[in-house]
Design a binder for this molecule. Structure first.
Ligand SMILES: CCCCCCCCCCCCCCC/C=C/C(=O)SCCNC(=O)CCNC(=O)[C@H](O)C(C)(C)COP(=O)(O)OP(=O)(O)OC[C@H]1O[C@@H](n2cnc3c(N)ncnc32)[C@H](O)[C@@H]1OP(=O)(O)O
Ligand SMILES: Cc1cc2nc3c(=O)[nH]c(=O)nc-3n(C[C@H](O)[C@H](O)[C@H](O)COP(=O)(O)OP(=O)(O)OC[C@H]3O[C@@H](n4cnc5c(N)ncnc54)[C@H](O)[C@@H]3O)c2cc1C
Length: 699
């Protein structure tokens, strides 16, 4: 070993003690039972001797009555699948950033095939399979097959069509994708140029562009195209189209298909074969149009069914709802890394040579980190509620009750937008919270960011979706005078008159700890912003023109409404019985942090609409600081409660045992650049340069 290396080893050793200090923050009397899991909180004098989660073997679960009933009852499934994936070498993922695109993609195929094999061998249920996919943690064609192709057939196909196609899809005898976006049109679905003409005399071309799983894997796609029969257009519909031969995987005649190329980041979303597809007079049987909304007869006549045509957008509603829960997962993962590392990292501190300060103890670190921790919980609760709303609307649709569809669309669109934007920003903030080491690939944060950010674009650009919410809100406001009572998430608008006049009652900082006070402030802000937009709109002769002109304000109003939904669902959650010593109090603190931090960040809205006074704003801010102090002792327990394995976190900084520095050092040596001491290219480029310098120096 060279002396330089010896020095580095000593340096790393000297930091081990600091690194292990993570367990200091686990000294607390509160036990967390999040997702039904007992998170053991140690009080072992500041050093946690537990190995990684994977090494610990089976999880210790408490008695059933200790479980938090208000979490989905799938903790055991989730935990089992996490461990199954973490212990299987095929699912290794620490080398992703080093692989070429081809290696990366092939590796994804291998993982998907292996996962499918395990699903069959272990006879996994749908829930177990879905958890397994989550923990494999790699975007793959299977996401689109299960997440969009199958739901599209289920939601838009007739019973007969479902009976024909679903068994094939369930057994993966066909693999499908969701082919809607084109090179020229994504947001504007009605503007799609792909046509499906019942009369087979069409010679138009158009390119589908973006669908995941399309490029190299899918044998079939649900393709969205404008239907033309008897020379007339009948809007966009889904069509099941076979793309590749089931014998040799070659594209069928008239079909050109391939991958659209590398995307943002290394590894990241490049495991997915997003594709380009061109049809040249491809013919498909009539009964491959998904006909639940509209039927085309043998003679080419269109027969509208009694379901609204918006159901054609139904798959997007379904996926947007899943994306909200996924936002909570991605955010909690980033927050877990940043929180654990913040407890390990020390900078500055006493001048007398004592131990330096853990960076988590700096108020600035807390004011950046703890609102993100609170958001992770808030998004989980609103995600659960949205799941319920989606189930409810699905059941109603089956009974031909379409009344709640507009609200389901507005909620899924708005919350998808709100949570993905916040999560993308939060992951980047977590990277910064980890200082320089956050920029290392081995922190897990760069890849998480790269894989996550497209969520702000796919399934609907976030601004476009907020504009949909704004339309819904303007419609609701315009109907207030007509006696139509707003319901669901807009029910508060029935009290618009009061809310327009109301004055916030806060007089001292503690007054902000009343859920009713917080709710009223958020309701008043949302109503006032919506009503102001509606008043401005009414000044335009042409409402569409007004909508375009005021769209930036409308987006702000939609955000205010969506933030109110998240705050109110968090508060509702806390009204339920929450078992576990101290758990409810901790969640209450997080709820206040979530709401008061939003208030602080959007102070302009609250002040300009007169919902609160500058003095009340300053009291809210004072209170936030004291809430951060209350979270601090339990911060580690609150992220441990997410129950992520080290495999899933994929982060040296976020290790469960806090053993960060030696592992960072170890990771560095794994880089292929360190395969040789003298790098490739030395002889060609470095040496001649050095020699040249030497010659010049001698001259
Ligand atoms: C083993 C198990 C594994 C399970 C795995 C599951 C995993 C799942 C993971 C999934 C992974 C995710 C990967 C993502 C991959 C990405 C895929 C995609 O991106 S697919 C393409 C998505 N594209 C979009 O989102 C396009 C966005 N654009 C639109 O949605 C629409 O065009 C528009 C809503 C912006 C505008 O549509 P248009 O018809 O022009 O709208 P109008 O404004 O005129 O509205 C008319 C009317 O309809 C209502 N409306 C609109 N949309 C909906 C809807 N979705 N549902 C219900 N109603 C809707 C709208 O409110 C208007 O109503 P009205 O009463 O007339 O005012
Ligand atoms: C990783 C990834 C995976 C994808 N997977 C699929 C898939 O599987 N299947 C599929 O069909 N598609 C897929 N897509 C495509 C995706 O759905 C679209 O990119 C998305 O809907 C946005 O549409 P666009 O690209 O047309 O954006 P554009 O609409 O062109 O947006 C560009 C800009 O214009 C703004 N804008 C657009 N319209 C308006 C408006 N009316 N008012 C104000 N501003 C506006 C937007 O806010 C944005 O800033 C995927 C995309 C990505 C990135």
């Amino acid at each position: 070993m060279s002396s330089a290396q010896g020095f580095l080893n000593d340096w790393v050793e000297s930091r081990v003690g600091l690194g292990s200090n993570i367990s200091n923050s686990r000294n607390t009397s509160v036990s967390y039972n999040i997702k039904g899991c007992w998170i053991p909180l140690t009080d072992n004098g500041g050093r946690r001797s537990l190995g990684s989660r994977e090494e610990q073997g089976s999880v210790r679960c408490r008695r059933d009555e200790d479980r938090l009933g208000w979490f989905p009852p799938h903790f055991d499934v989730s935990d089992r699948m996490a461990r199954l994936v973490a212990s299987d070498p095929v699912f290794r993922k620490d080398n992703r950033a080093m692989l070429s695109r081809k290696e990366l993609f092939k590796n994804t195929l291998r993982k998907a095939a292996h996962a499918w094999k395990r699903i069959i061998e272990l006879r996994l249920s749908e829930e177990e399979a879905s958890e397994m996919r989550f923990y494999v943690d790699e975007p793959a064609f299977t996401d689109l097959h299960w997440g969009m192709f199958v739901p599209a057939i289920k939601g838009q196909g007739t019973e007969e069509q479902q009976q024909k196609w679903l068994p094939l899809a369930y057994k993966m005898q066909i693999i499908g994708c969701y082919a809607q976006t084109e090179l020229g049109h994504g947001s504007n679905v009605q503007g799609l140029e792909t046509t499906a003409t019942f009369d087979p005399e069409s010679d138009e071309f158009s390119f589908i562009w973006w669908p995941g799983g399309l490029g190299k894997v899918s044998t079939h796609a649900v393709v969205y195209a404008r239907l033309i029969t008897e020379g007339q257009e009948h809007g966009v519909h889904g069509f099941i189209v076979q793309l590749r031969s089931l014998d040799d995987h070659m594209p069928l005649p008239g079909i050109t298909v391939g991958d659209i190329g590398m995307k943002f980041g290394t590894g990241a979303y490049n495991t997915m074969d997003n594709g380009v597809l061109r049809f040249d007079n491809v013919r498909i049987p009539r009964n491959q149009m998904l006909m639940r909304v509209m039927r085309v007869t043998r003679e080419g006549k269109c027969v509208q069914s009694n379901v609204p045509r918006q159901l054609i957008y139904g798959t997007m509603v379904y996926v947007r709802q899943t994306i909200v829960s996924d936002a909570s997962s991605a955010l909690s993962r980033a927050v877990c890394i940043a929180t654990r590392y913040s407890a390990v990292r020390r900078q500055f501190g006493p001048q007398d040579g004592g131990v330096e300060t853990q960076v988590i103890d700096y108020k600035t670190q807390q004011s950046r980190l703890f609102p993100l921790l609170a958001s992770a919980y808030a998004f989980r609760f609103v995600g659960e509620w949205l799941k319920w709303l989606y189930l409810d609307v699905t059941q109603r649709l089956q009974a031909n009750d379409f009344s709640t569809l507009p609200e389901a669309h507005a909620c899924t669109a708005g919350l998808k937008s709100l949570t993905t934007s916040a999560t993308a920003d939060a992951i980047e903030e977590c990277r910064k919270l980890c200082g320089g080491h956050g920029y290392l690939s081995s922190s897990g944060l760069p890849e998480l960011f790269a894989v996550y950010v497209p969520a702000c674009t796919y399934e609907g650009d976030n601004v476009v979706l907020l504009l949909q919410v704004a339309r819904f809100l303007m419609k609701t406001v315009s109907q207030l005078g007509s006696g139509k009572k707003p319901v669901g998430t807009t029910a508060y608008m029935a009290r618009a008159e009061d809310l327009l006049q109301s004055r916030c009652s806060v007089q001292k900082a503690e007054d902000w700890l009343k859920p009713s006070v917080i709710l009223e402030a958020f309701e008043a802000r949302a109503v006032r912003m919506c009503v102001a937009c509606a008043q401005s709109l009414s000044k335009f002769q042409n409402p569409e023109e007004g909508f375009l002109e005021l769209s930036a304000d409308l987006v702000e109003a939609a955000i205010a409404h969506c933030q109110l939904i998240v705050v109110s669902k968090f508060i509702e959650k806390l009204q339920q019985d929450i078992p576990g010593k101290g758990v409810k109090q901790q969640l209450q603190i997080l709820c206040y942090i979530y709401a008061l931090n939003l208030l602080h960040k959007h102070l302009g809205d609250f002040l300009s609409t007169g919902c609160i006074t500058p003095k009340q704003a300053s009291l809210a801010n004072d209170h936030l600081r004291s809430l951060y102090s209350k979270v601090r002792p339990n911060a580690i327990a609150l992220v441990d409660a997410f129950n992520y394995t080290d495999h899933f976190l994929g982060s040296v900084l976020g290790r469960y045992d806090g053993n960060v520095y030696p592992k960072l050092y170890e990771e560095a040596w794994k880089d292929p650049l360190n395969d040789s001491v003298v790098p490739d290219g030395y002889q060609e480029y470095i040496r001649p340069m050095l020699k040249q310098q030497l010659r010049n120096a001698r001259l």
